[in-house]
Design a protein around this ligand. Structure first.
Ligand SMILES: Nc1ncnc2c1ncn2[C@@H]1O[C@H](COP(=O)(O)OP(=O)(O)OP(=O)(O)O)[C@@H](O)[C@H]1O
Length: 262
């Protein structure tokens, strides 16, 4: 339909340029990343994408399309083939895995806190590498995750899921990550806790230039916080678009998914 094509072209022309986020400033480059299951099923099929430095990339797609598998490759929760994932141009397979996981931190759907206080949890990562955080540093990390100082002495059992998720975030930030991976971090949270986490992510991007990759089932969430949206269907990236122009996705499966999700 010519009219529709024209309208789409006009919308695209009005879209904020993606150039700003293009490869010169890629924090992570993914090249032909493939994963095949033990049963020879292709889970990821030659995925290639540049993850822009200092931006929030949202990854969306139907259930089972490979979003979590993609995310988990980025800090080697499974072992990608060499020369398929690069952090600042360095093959992540050549980086010590613990060093990599400090640089590329991850937050899961449900926070799991260690025994002890919130402060113990926040101290944990730096302690592993021989650094003892001062009380002031802990208060600062709590503040970054939007938690006030009263949380310092609380135990994990006293916290709501939303608060525990923010403690898990502070604990991850204690490692001073350059990239934060989030796998549906708000799907178990109420709208207010969800907004708190979203605000913190945007603040971290703006204030410390953190690169964020977030898998979400919520297109609205991606539109609220992401700079770039990446659509994964059947283990392949089928579209990379400004979040507010997801409706322009051309892939038929992507269109069906977006239509049903809106
Ligand atoms: N270790 C594994 N061994 C075999 N199959 C796996 C493994 N991990 C994932 N899969 C399969 O790979 C496919 C993609 O799974 P993945 O969890 O990455 O999808 P997803 O898009 O994150 O799904 P959801 O939105 O439901 O969380 C699924 O069919 C899943 O069953």
């Amino acid at each position: 339909m010519p009219f529709q094509d024209e309208a789409q072209e006009q919308l695209l022309a009005a879209a904020p340029p993606l150039d700003k986020w293009h490869s010169a400033s890629a924090k992570i480059e993914v090249r032909d990343l493939t994963k095949v299951s033990d049963k020879d099923e292709v889970i990821l099929n030659k995925v290639s994408v540049d993850i822009p430095r200092g931006a929030i990339m949202g990854v969306i797609g139907p259930s089972g399309s490979g979003k979590s598998t993609f995310l988990r490759a980025l800090n080697r929760l499974w072992e990608p083939a060499s020369a398929t994932v690069f952090l600042d141009g360095v093959d992540i397979c050549d980086i010590d895995v613990l060093t990599l996981r400090r640089k590329v931190g991850m937050l899961f759907q449900l926070p799991v806190l260690f025994q002890g206080t919130v402060a113990d949890n926040v101290r944990y990562g730096p302690e592993l590498s021989g650094k003892k955080l001062s009380d002031n540093e802990i208060y600062k990390l709590l503040a970054l995750a939007d938690l006030d100082s009263s949380f310092y002495i609380k135990s994990g059992a006293e916290l709501s899921v939303g608060q525990a998720q923010r403690v898990a975030l502070a604990r991850t930030l204690a490692n001073e990550p350059e990239v934060l991976l989030l796998d549906e971090p708000t799907s178990a949270l109420d709208p207010i806790s969800t907004q708190n986490i979203e605000d913190v992510l945007v603040k971290l991007k703006n204030e410390i230039g953190l690169t964020v990759v977030i898998v979400s089932h919520s297109i609205k969430q991606i539109q609220r916080i992401a700079d770039v949206a990446c659509l994964l269907v059947n283990g392949e990236i089928v579209e990379i678009l400004p979040p507010h122009h997801l409706s322009l996705a051309k892939h038929p499966m992507a269109q069906t998914f977006l239509h049903l999700s809106s």
